[in-house]
Design a protein around this ligand. Structure first.
Ligand SMILES: [Zn+2]
Length: 210
């Protein structure tokens, strides 16, 4: 993120067109290092912003100017002031800046953190492609004690790729896949399947209660 006239500018999600090109190249065995680096970096700053917003929603905001931590109580009229650089914002204004930006990462925070930690250590285009692929196929999930499997709420791809949840899921289904990428896709579809089972089971339970 950056500041323009004290307005927070969050990083944008990546276009489906770019991701499609990345996977089409990958399926053909073409290594376009420039494209891989471009997308890897865009995801990197996007993940950093998601981590910032998610932590802030838990009362711990990283100052947008200097990175100092500002603790707060999540009251809309509360002034969040940085003691180091004196930057400040109300919690209400901060929330407004995030509105409709798909920046909340609860349930998948570790996936975003994992990407931010690992990307700088990876030097090969293939390694970066694997990390991108794993990130795209991660999911937000929570655990219901009545079910063995964690419950899926939505794919991480919605936070980092442009489009509505429904359109992004359709997009993921249509991505061309080389053999190396089948593993993460298989894991992803298994998770989505467990989520569908949960929805069916919940409906059954509701019927029984009727
Ligand atoms: Zn500061």
């Amino acid at each position: 993120m950056s500041l323009a006239n004290e307005k927070i500018i969050w990083s944008k999600r990546v276009s489906q067109r770019k991701i499609r090109l990345l996977y089409e190249n990958d399926a053909k065995g073409i290594i376009d290092e420039e494209l891989i680096d471009d997308i890897a970096f865009k995801f990197f700053i996007r993940c950093q912003d998601i981590i910032t917003v998610t932590d802030a929603s838990r009362g711990k905001l990283k100052c947008i100017k200097c990175g100092n931590i500002i603790y707060h109580n999540r009251r809309k009229d509360e002034f969040l002031k940085c003691e180091k650089c004196f930057w400040q914002i109300t919690w209400g204004s901060f929330l407004k800046s995030c509105h409709r930006n798909q920046l909340h990462g609860v349930g998948a925070l570790n996936a975003f953190k994992n990407y931010v930690i690992k990307l700088p250590k990876i030097k090969t285009p293939e390694g970066k492609m694997i990390l991108i692929d794993q990130l795209i196929h991660e999911v937000h999930q929570w655990t219901d004690s009545k079910f063995k499997e964690p419950i899926i709420t939505r794919p991480v791809a919605v936070n980092i790729i442009e489009g509505s949840t429904r359109k992004v899921i359709l997009f993921l289904d249509r991505l061309s896949r080389s053999n190396q990428r089948k593993i993460s896709y298989k894991k992803f579809t298994e998770k989505v399947h467990s989520s569908n089972n949960y929805i069916l089971e919940s409906k059954r339970r509701l019927k029984k209660l009727d």
